[in-house]
Design a binder for this molecule. Sequence first.
Ligand SMILES: [Zn+2]
Ligand SMILES: [Zn+2]
Length: 259
Amino acid sequence: MQVKILGCSGGIGGDELQTTSILINENTIIDAGTGLVSLTLEQLTRINSIFITHAHMDHIASCPMLIDSTAELRTEPLVLYALSDTIDSIRKHIFNWEIWPDFSEINVKEFKSLKFCKVEVGDEFEIPGAGKIIVGPAKHQIQGCSYLLIGKHDKLFFSGDTSYDKSIIEFINHHKTINHIIIECAFSKKDQELAKLSNHLDAQSVTQMIKEFDCKSKIYITHLKPSQRDLIMDEILEDEELMKNYHVSRLFAYQVFTL
Ligand SMILES: [Zn+2]
Ligand SMILES: [Zn+2]
């Protein structure tokens, strides 16, 4: 399984700062943030499965135009997998014939262009030719989930957007041999209140959470607020106890993992 980071920033600002989207081999993505715009039309057309973590704009921004741009070129529907509340929000607020047409009702070819598939935490799906994906827990301002990717050799966990929560620590420790953990941190320590209010992690709470992981995974920090990205990383990396026991670094756009 090849996993390529298309976008991993908490905001936009040039090629390196695009919002969350992760490409798995050629046909599957996790989240459809602005990072997706780096793909060509041919590459976009090959995507037939999107696993969404939650309905916030920075994770779904490219969804409407992905389906519109590729509908006529598709040989099968685009399937959007997400938790029940996430699908309800996306249908109500985006594919509502007002902001965008409801492509799940449109036959551009002999099939509906878009299908929705509800998932629950614990569900497992095959990614053909790559491995599998398991829906994990998250605790965000709205309903959200994380995902665990299992390839032939390695495992990668992606937190999505989340605040500190025991269920995530238990999920990671239960799956033990996870080689790579991508975890969000949106704010620096000075914005702790804002982090709590918006159910994100800040430099202090992410450090606390990582220290409760049993495994010796490599940890990558994602979703950094663009204007605070260096400050947040400095605050995390200056924790001596953390750095003695864990390998922590910043996640970058276009980084590739082979699982
Ligand atoms: Zn969010
Ligand atoms: Zn986000």
